[in-house]
Design a protein around this ligand. Sequence first.
Ligand SMILES: Nc1ncnc2c1ncn2[C@@H]1O[C@H](COP(=O)(O)OP(=O)(O)OP(=O)(O)O)[C@@H](O)[C@H]1O
Ligand code: SF4
Ligand SMILES: [Mg+2]
Length: 363
Amino acid sequence: MAENEILEGAEVVYDDEAIMAAHREEKEATKKADFEKPFDENALLEVRHLRKCFPIKKSITGKTLQELIAVDDISFKLNAGETLGIVGESGCGKTTMGRTILKLHQPSGGQIIFDGKDISNYTNKEMRDIRTKMQIIFQDPYSSLPPRSTVGDIISEPVLVHGIVPKDQVKSYVLDLMDKCGLRDYYYERYPHEFSGGQRQRICIARALSVQPQLVVCDEPVSALDVSIQAQIINLLKSLQKSMNLTYLFISHDLSVVKFISDKIGVMYLGSMVEFGNKKDIFDNPLHPYTKALFSAIPEPNPDVKMNRIVLKGDIPSPANPPKGCLFHTRCPYATEKCKHVPPKYKEHEEGHFAACHLLNEE
Ligand SMILES: Nc1ncnc2c1ncn2[C@@H]1O[C@H](COP(=O)(O)OP(=O)(O)OP(=O)(O)O)[C@@H](O)[C@H]1O
Ligand code: SF4
Ligand SMILES: [Mg+2]
């Protein structure tokens, strides 16, 4: 029994305030120790205890009265050429995490180590030099392209701004990239409205890759597209990854897509990473009850195999008012009294396979 659990008669009584104080203290100590560790030389991206809060209520003097923790205490490593798939229900913080890593949101805490440098406190000026190395592809290829520019101008602009190739080589460089992205050369003079969703997403991909990035955050890059087109875009991303040694942070609701493209998988719930590991470990041996429930909903292609779908009760709680204890306890089929009061520790259970659940710690 933990120090803050008091045995009264046969019943354990939890002192929530003391539990939270001890939890905060332990987290701070872990953070401090982790921040002092040397950076992993093999990782292109290392995220340590990343946090992003948004103020949601301010006083008339501008003081923050209430904040929403969109991303809380997330840590992972990603090597060059790998794909990390991020899954989780709507609102769990996937986009916020991706944007914070790219410094499109200023992190509220934690370290972002990109290519051996801690960029978490970089100014906009310092970021300018490495902006080209980190790009993003958005979900909606309709609103992310300027309607009055030609495809050629859209892809050429970042190449010219960042001086990727000499001016007289820009056109041939762009045409070559368009070819790699499956865009015909006569599209160069045409406008985005003339294209279908799949072709527009190819233009967005070409624009993102035009500056020769190392890391690309793909935020639901195929969910706005027809199912028949999705596979083509995923295959394109995969082949470009190979030829350009790209590292992807791939955000998606679609577990089948994530399974196909990822090397590692992170499962998020209410701003926290509840499970993380190699794809094979996560799919063959999911540890967290939330991951098990998510994966039980993947359609089974073999009609003879019965699906054992785990239906989660209740709605996702508001991140502005998260539950005490384990964030998942309000919906978890295995929740115990302890889960309602004591946050589980996020621990490595097998090599490279992390999860946060009391059930695992008790085994
Ligand atoms: N600029 C902002 N100000 C306040 N709250 C925000 C802001 N951006 C995101 N949030 C909140 O942060 C939480 C996480 O949002 P986010 O968009 O990252 O989730 P998501 O997992 O990407 O969801 P979806 O799958 O729907 O895209 C949500 O509760 C959202 O309302
Ligand atoms: S800690 Fe408890 S509530 Fe949370 S996932 Fe594990 S069993 Fe479920
Ligand atoms: Mg999102």
